[in-house]
Design a protein around this ligand. Structure first.
Ligand code: GAF
Length: 388
């Protein structure tokens, strides 16, 4: 748990001044996976786990970073952002690089990154650091950047500095999340609508496989390329098609079927976009059962067609799928590890976690961490004044 008072104290110990503190939460995604970079829809929400950054100005051009997670300092300056190999500071420095590219005038600064979003668990901790940095520097230097532009800056930082060709979901959610609501985001137009997510009698439970996914690994970028390949094949015949958002199963059958892998990837995305729209209807009718069935279908597609699951994620879904207290379950986020998201009847949550933990250990020899996610507001400035 990140303690604001502790962050404040640490800031004083390291940098001898008051910080501006920003909170940027992690996210869940109810349905709509790998659809964001295909111009489709997503249905995410921000949760009660967040990254906190403290920032203050310096009079020189140096950047002093400290990450509590690694208990590590890193020093550089505004002219030397790029590193020879990946380091956690990339999430901060990538944002600085984007601000410089847009000609915002910055001086050096101090920053501490803290928080309780588990790293590599599929809750978008990296997007939370990028958004917190953009938000914090925007406040610190009075840059006047809109929320949507901060989202785009954070996304570009991930793509250009970290090297993951991610979509917009994680950053958009972090900035625009709303307490007790999920966001139905159209990733083509950035239009969005909030849907109240009634949590009476149910809980959102995240079951962590303890497999740290490495999204930056080439697989995520490969999936993105395969989707583009599918679009290119269709475009040869239908030039008006811009993305998988414009594609139907019939088009795939006609123009892509000869390339089995590309066909499967595209088929999952086209089905997932439709599934999400139907799932929004379920939410509006408060038909959580029907919603849950779609989550299982999403998992199957991610595992068999999109092939971004892993043995442990499949086991975790298998272990709960015949349990009547579990309304829906699937892997969440980019894949290859991290958490499953489960909608569970409230009175059965503890028993479910207990039983699944034991069975998961029996099957894999690994530990299971469980989190009950509560939907909270998106990124904000932490206003309290703290006496040190
Ligand atoms: C990761 C990416 F960062 C998102 O943009 C999204 O594609 C997600 O994987 C899969 O839905 O979190």
């Amino acid at each position: 748990m990140c303690d604001i008072e502790r962050l404040h104290k640490l800031f004083h110990q390291l940098y001898h001044t008051d910080p501006i503190i920003v909170r940027a939460p992690g996210r869940i995604n109810l349905i709509g996976e790998h659809t964001d970079y295909n111009n489709g829809f997503v249905l995410p929400a921000t949760i009660d786990k967040a990254i906190y950054v403290g920032v203050s100005k310096r009079t020189d051009n140096k950047i002093h970073l400290h990450a509590e997670e690694y208990n590590e300092n890193y020093f550089t300056d505004l002219e030397n952002l790029r590193q020879s190999k990946f380091h956690w500071s990339a999430y901060v420095l990538g944002v600085v690089e984007q601000l410089q590219k847009r000609n915002y005038s910055l001086t050096g600064f101090n920053i501490i990154v803290d928080g309780d979003v588990p790293v590599g668990a599929g809750m978008a901790s990296s997007a939370a650091i990028e958004c917190a940095t953009a938000f914090g520097l925007n406040e610190l230097f009075g840059l006047g950047i809109s929320k949507l532009d901060m989202v785009k800056i954070a996304q570009k930082a991930e793509q250009e500095f970290v090297g993951l060709q991610c979509g917009i979901m994680d950053m958009f959610t972090c900035m625009f999340g709303k307490k007790d609501n999920v966001i139905c985001l159209d990733c083509r137009s950035y239009e969005y609508e909030y849907f109240p997510f009634h949590q009476e009698g149910i809980k959102i439970v995240l079951l962590d496989t303890s497999i740290k996914h490495s999204l930056a690994s080439s697989e995520y970028n490969t999936r993105r390329k395969q989707c583009e390949e599918g679009v290119a094949l269709i475009q040869q015949h239908l030039p008006e098609v811009q993305s998988l958002r414009d594609v139907s199963i019939e088009m795939l059958d006609t123009y892509v079927a000869h390339n089995k892998t590309v066909y499967n990837r595209c088929r999952f995305v086209v089905e997932e976009i439709d599934r999400l729209l139907a799932a929004c209807g379920d939410l509006q009718r408060n038909d959580i059962k029907s919603f849950g069935k779609k989550m299982y279908a999403t998992h199957k597609g991610l595992s068999k067609l999109y092939e971004v699951s892993c043995a442990e994620l499949d086991i975790m879904v298998d272990l709960v799928k015949h349990d009547r207290s579990v309304i829906g379950a699937r892997m969440m986020g980019g894949g290859f590890g991290g958490c499953t998201i489960n909608i569970v009847k409230e009175n059965a949550v503890e028993e479910l976690i207990y039983n699944t933990r034991n069975k998961y250990r029996e099957r894999t020899g690994m530990n299971l961490n469980a989190y009950i996610a509560v939907i909270e507001q998106g990124a904000n400035l932490v206003e309290e004044r703290i006496e040190v």
